[in-house]
Design a protein around this ligand. Structure first.
Ligand SMILES: O=C(O)CCC(=O)C(=O)O
Ligand SMILES: [Fe+2]
Length: 273
C-alpha cells in the first residue's frame, strides 16, 4: 500500500510531491532561473519574481499538515541555477547543530524539532540526472555504518579524481547503496526534516532549483533563523537588506516570523568550513 505524504513523512522524515507544479508554473520558474544562470546564488527575499512561491497556500497547508502545527517562513531560502554540471557530494544537515544528538536542535524539552526544508526542482531528470540523496531516519537515528561508508567513498573518489578517472558512475553506485536516491524531475518538490542528512548528486546538464525553509513557532525555528543571519557567513542574510514589501507579503500570508537583532548562543552549533 502506498503511504500518504503524511504517513511517509512520519515514518521516514521526508516526502516527495511528484508533479507538484503545473507546466505553466514550471515554465515561469525556469525562465526566471534561466535569467540568473551561473550568477552568484541570491537569497530569495531579494528575488521579487520568486516571492510568490513562498506564499503558495497549497504547499503551506501540506507543511502544516505534515507537522500538525502552523508553519512560518524561516528566511533561509535561495535558488540554484547552473549550467555547469555539479560534482558536489557534500553530505550535510541544514540545521545549526549538525552532529547527531549534540546541541539544542536535538533537545526537545522546549518544543519538538519541526523545521522543514523544501527543495523544488525544474529540470528534467532525463537530461540532468539530478537527484537528492537522503539518509532516511538520520534525523532520528545515529548513522554509524553509513558514516564509515561515507568516509570510504570520499577517500575512493579522491583517489579516482587524482588518477583522473571518470568517477561519477562509480560514485553514484556507492551513493545508491548507502542513501535513498530521489530522482528529481521538473515540477517535483521534496520536503524533508532540516536535521536529516542529505546530499545533491552530480548532474549532467542545467539545474534549476529553489530551496525554502519553514518551521513552527518555537525555539528550533528561532535558532535556525539566528544561525543563518548571525552564525554563518553566507552572503546576503542581512536583516537590513530585506525589502519591506516582502515582510508585508509574509505578514499578509500569515507566515511572517521575526528576525532577531543579534547573535544568540546555540549549544552544539556547527559551522562548516
Ligand atoms: O542542490 C540540491 O539538490 C540540494 C541543496 C542543498 O542541500 C542545500 O541547499 O542545502
Ligand atoms: Fe542542504
Amino acid at each position: 500500500m502506498k503511504l500518504t505524504s503524511k504517513n511517509h513523512f512520519k515514518k521516514y522524515g521526508y516526502t516527495v510531491l511528484r508533479n507538484y507544479f503545473s507546466k505553466d508554473e514550471i515554465e515561469y520558474f525556469k525562465n526566471v532561473l534561466e535569467d540568473q544562470i551561473d550568477k552568484p546564488s541570491q537569497r530569495l527575499f531579494n528575488q521579487e519574481k520568486l516571492w510568490h512561491v513562498v506564499g503558495n497556500k497549497k504547499l503551506i497547508n501540506i507543511m502544516n499538515d505534515l507537522v500538525e502545527e502552523k508553519t512560518y517562513f524561516l528566511w533561509h531560502a535561495d535558488s540554484k541555477s547552473t549550467s555547469i554540471p555539479e560534482i558536489e557530494y557534500g553530505w550535510h544537515r541544514d540545521n545549526p547543530c549538525r552532529q547527531f544528538g549534540l546541541g539544542d536542535d536535538w533537545d526537545n524539552k522546549n518544543g519538538p524539532y519541526k523545521v522543514l526544508r523544501v527543495g523544488m526542482y525544474f529540470q528534467s531528470f532525463k537530461k540532468s540526472k539530478s537527484s537528492l540523496n537522503i539518509f532516511q531516519n538520520s534525523h532520528k537515528k545515529k548513522i554509524t555504518f553509513s558514516q564509515i561508508s561515507l568516509f570510504l567513498i570520499k577517500r575512493i573518489s579522491r583517489i579516482l579524481n587524482l588518477i583522473n578517472l571518470k568517477t561519477s558512475k562509480i560514485e553514484n553506485y556507492f551513493y545508491n547503496l548507502i542513501g535513498t536516491n530521489i530522482q528529481t524531475d521538473s515540477g517535483d518538490v521534496i520536503i524533508f526534516s532540516g536535521n536529516m542528512l542529505h546530499s545533491a548528486t552530480s548532474t549532467k546538464d542545467k539545474k534549476y532549483a529553489i530551496f525554502l525553509t519553514f518551521g513552527v513557532n518555537n525555539i528550533h525555528s528561532e535558532n535556525h533563523i539566528n544561525y543563518y543571519f548571525y552564525h554563518r557567513k553566507i552572503a546576503g542574510y542581512q536583516k537590513n537588506t530585506i525589502p519591506q514589501a516582502f515582510i508585508n507579503f509574509l505578514k499578509s500570508n500569515g507566515i511572517f516570523m521575526h528576525i532577531p537583532d543579534e547573535k544568540k548562543n546555540i549549544r552544539g552549533v556547527s559551522i562548516p568550513k
